[in-house]
Write a protein that binds this ligand. Structure first.
Ligand code: C2O
Ligand code: CU
Length: 486
């Protein structure tokens, strides 16, 4: 059995850069040259996509197991959609579910009206209704889609999909493999267990009973011996933290949440709900295998096993710098405004719910649907909890920001639990972390360790943007809010 690796060693020693505050992290290893800029775009295609959210049947426990009534966007259990940076997506969603839904394009810097948050950015797409999302893909990378209402119930039943935006490669890898991790909460007869429990919602989340990659079981396959294998690992589970390592091959981290980083050797990398990790692996000699393993669980669990098969290609030196540099707005740290957010347990008192919008604010007239709120809260951001069913009004924003201005957010975890914190519509830079060493990098979701303090920086984009913990029961039970950028 393979032992658990050093849990707090997020990255390899050569790339280890400890937090040094707002000024950022120490220099990267000298031998890796900076990534070069992506050439300018030459115009994109218009891609017409069609999603029908409805109940379908799947055998999640294996081909001879019982059937389960899943909810999906397409006939595939884990669709992998591919587009190119600069393409325009025109995606029609038809809703055949019994409740309203939407599509949130996690990590994509969409215009606010395309962000897929019922009540905040669009009307909910009710049963029998349709909505067409249309936007141009601004950045390449590894993203995903999911609904933004009753998330534990809808994604728990299967509503998710991988979205790969190509155009970040200087050189094509020899294989491009997706490992989309997501557990199922199933009883032995294939029926659903409750997606939420008080125990889970008030602590580390309710875990699935069946672990799965790309829908069912573990992944496996053949790869060309000596080839460069791009692995896109996505944690699409609503609760589980993964600690990803590769056994049997040399592996470099090449992108985090889809954003290229100067490659560094993978030791292990910790991923909360919604986080993505792109690796470049040098496949071993023919006949040998390598594995992608989660070392976080008490027994390591294999997400994928890949066997090298003989190939005609001749070996060249392993150069993990296959991606172009990111092309993202960078905050001006000297002029940035600082704001601080504390993630804590809620006081549970209705008085703490921030339902204090100006009376003439149009949002105050919108009633929240009972499906988007729960009947109690356990969690809060800056002492404000996302409303319960007793308070069906959009709360006041957690912060009011100015379009185009730079911000540094200080995120503080006042709890003994992990919280993967996500900001919609922005790709922020993780400037410093107090507990788990990470190189400075761009991300849309960052894992706050228990009691950790993290600083992120970004340039504000116009709109109302959700800001929340991505552990689904935490957001359902209060750890969610939004920022107004105007
Ligand atoms: Cu995957 Cu509100 O986000
Ligand atoms: Cu949380």
């Amino acid at each position: 059995m393979i032992g658990r690796r050093g849990i707090l060693k997020g990255i390899g020693a050569t790339a280890l850069a400890s937090a040094t505050g707002a000024s950022g992290l120490r220099a990267r290893p000298a031998k890796i040259a900076p990534l070069i800029a992506r050439p300018p775009l030459k115009g994109g295609r218009v891609l017409d996509w069609h999603f029908t959210a409805r109940e379908r049947s799947a055998r999640l426990l294996g081909p001879s197991g019982p059937g389960t009534r899943v909810w999906t966007y397409t006939d595939d259990l884990m669709p992998v959609l591919r587009a190119h940076v600069g393409d325009t997506i025109r995606a029609r969603l038809d809703n055949d579910l019994t409740e309203h839904t939407a599509i949130h394009w996690h990590g994509i810097r969409v215009p606010n009206a395309m962000d897929g948050v019922p009540f905040l950015t669009q009307s909910p797409v009710k049963k029998g209704e349709s909505f067409t999302y249309e936007f141009t893909l601004p950045d390449p990378g590894t993203f995903f889609i999911h609904p933004h209402c009753n998330e534990s119930g809808q994604t728990g039943r299967g509503m998710t999909g991988v979205l790969i935006v190509e155009g970040d490669e200087r050189r094509e890898p020899d294989a491009d493999l997706v490992l989309a991790y997501k557990d199922w909460r199933l009883a032995e007869d294939g029926s659903w267990l409750p997606f939420e429990t008080t125990e889970g919602a008030s602590r580390a989340g309710t875990f699935g009973t069946v672990r799965a990659v790309n829908g069912i079981g573990s992944a496996s396959g053949d790869v060309p011996a000596g080839g460069d294998i791009r692995l896109r690992v996505l944690n699409l589970d609503g609760s589980r933290v993964l600690e990803i390592g590769v056994d049997g091959a040399e592996a470099f981290v090449i992108a985090i949440d889809g954003n290229a980083v100067a490659p560094f050797p993978l030791e292990t990398w910790r991923m909360g709900s919604a986080m993505r990790l792109d690796l470049l692996v040098r496949a071993p000699k023919a006949g040998q295998s390598f594995k992608v393993i989660d070392y976080y669980s008490s027994e390591p669990w294999t997400l994928g096993t890949y066997r090298s098969i003989a190939s005609a290609q001749k070996a060249r030196a392993f150069d993990p710098a296959i991606l172009y540099a990111t092309d993202l707005p960078r905050a001006n740290l000297a002029e940035a405004e600082r704001m601080s957010f504390t993630f804590s347990a809620s006081s549970g008192s209705a008085a703490d719910m921030a339902t204090k919008l100006e009376p003439n604010d149009p949002l105050s007239k919108i009633l929240l649907d009972g499906l988007c709120v729960r009947d109690k809260t356990f969690w809060a951001i800056n002492k404000a909890s996302w409303p319960t069913s007793d308070h069906r009004q959009l709360p006041a924003p957690l912060g009011v920001l100015q379009v185009g201005k730079s911000y540094v957010f200080e995120l503080m975890n006042a709890t003994p639990h992990h919280h993967p914190i996500h900001l919609h519509g922005h790709t922020f830079e993780v400037l410093s972390t107090s507990r788990l060493a990470r190189p400075k990098h761009f991300a849309d979701t960052v894992l706050l360790q228990p009691k950790e303090r993290i600083e992120i920086a970004f340039v504000a984009r116009e709109g109302d943007w959700m800001f929340h913990c991505h552990l689904l029961e935490h957001l359902e039970y209060g750890m969610m809010g939004y920022l107004r950028v105007a």
